[in-house]
Design a protein around this ligand. Structure first.
Ligand SMILES: NC(=O)c1ccc[n+]([C@@H]2O[C@H](COP(=O)([O-])OP(=O)(O)OC[C@H]3O[C@@H](n4cnc5c(N)ncnc54)[C@H](OP(=O)(O)O)[C@@H]3O)[C@@H](O)[C@H]2O)c1
Length: 254
């Protein structure tokens, strides 16, 4: 189906997890070669691509309906999906790119990724409103939820969209008022890669292939900030669970 030869290096999206292994069985619809027309991707970089980049495409394009010139606000701007979405939005011709992070120490790293402005998430609505002259942004990508989702509606330009794709804050589920949405020309959309993999698997394969090609071409960075041996998986998890990391952590088997 994807024309792979025996021994060819590949990356695979694993919908049922299980990637901490030397050998895995992968669905060929989610496997793509590291040898792209733009060159070959190093496996240590490719490991960061299969879940994060298709998710970034999904939140921007499928759920977010991003159009050229539109402004985007990305919460958890320095995370894996956030930094991938920033780069793919730039590739798609997005306008101003704003981000929020959980603490001020992440701002320099996030700015280096290429955001136009990055704010600490506490009080972001005022900052975004001031930065956009009160207009707000066209698209918000939100993996945090709770108050952050609710506040995000306050910084939407007319016909702006908030895409919910995670609940990092582990807040009580908050219910939006449909009345308020239509009264203010607002949309809340959702994205879930697991559901897309079940119902439109070919799209995951296409996104994976395109992302690997962009990484090989050098136009997009896979965002790997640390490579740890598998034996140090606990350290990697500690960084993820405390939210203190940035970029992607790769576990190496070699
Ligand atoms: N819906 C989908 O299809 C889909 C697919 C992939 C991932 N996701 C979800 O998207 C989110 C981000 O994924 P990712 O791969 O970008 O993760 P990641 O690289 O590990 O980013 C995690 C970031 O989340 C932020 N965060 C906010 N509250 C947190 C908390 N209570 N505990 C830990 N971190 C917290 C932290 O940054 P700040 O402090 O700067 O906010 C942290 O750096 C996750 O919730 C993940 O489950 C959803």
């Amino acid at each position: 189906m994807v024309g792979l030869a025996v021994g060819e290096p590949v990356a695979a999206y694993l919908p049922h997890f299980g990637g901490y292994a030397q050998t895995v069985l992968a669905d060929p619809r989610f496997v793509r070669s590291l040898r792209t027309e733009a060159g070959e991707v190093d496996p240590s970089q490719a490991a960061a691509v299969p879940c994060v980049f298709p998710t970034a495409y999904g939140v921007l394009q499928d759920a977010g309906r991003l159009r050229a010139g539109e402004s985007v606000l990305i919460h958890s701007a320095a995370g894996g999906v956030g930094s991938a979405a920033l780069q793919l939005a730039r590739q798609a011709g997005a306008g101003r790119m704003l981000g929020t992070v959980g603490s001020a120490d992440k701002i320099p790293y996030a700015l280096k990724l290429g955001y136009d402005a990055v704010f600490v998430r506490d009080g972001f609505a005022e900052e975004v409103s001031a930065a956009t002259g009160g207009r707000g942004v066209d698209l918000v990508l939100d993996p945090v939820g709770g108050q952050v989702r609710e506040q995000s509606l306050k910084v939407l330009a007319p016909f702006g969209r908030v895409v919910a794709y995670g609940d990092l804050a582990r807040s009580e589920q908050w219910t939006a008022s449909v009345f308020d949405l239509w009264k203010h020309n607002q949309t809340i959309a959702g994205f879930n890669i697991g559901d897309l993999a079940r119902r439109a698997p070919e799209r995951i394969g296409a996104y994976l292939a395109e992302a690997l090609r962009l990484v090989a071409a050098g136009g997009v960075d896979a965002g790997v900030t640390r490579i740890l041996p598998l034996a140090e998986a606990a350290t990697a998890h500690e960084l993820l669970e405390t939210g203190n990391g940035h970029g992607k952590i790769v576990l190496s088997l070699t």
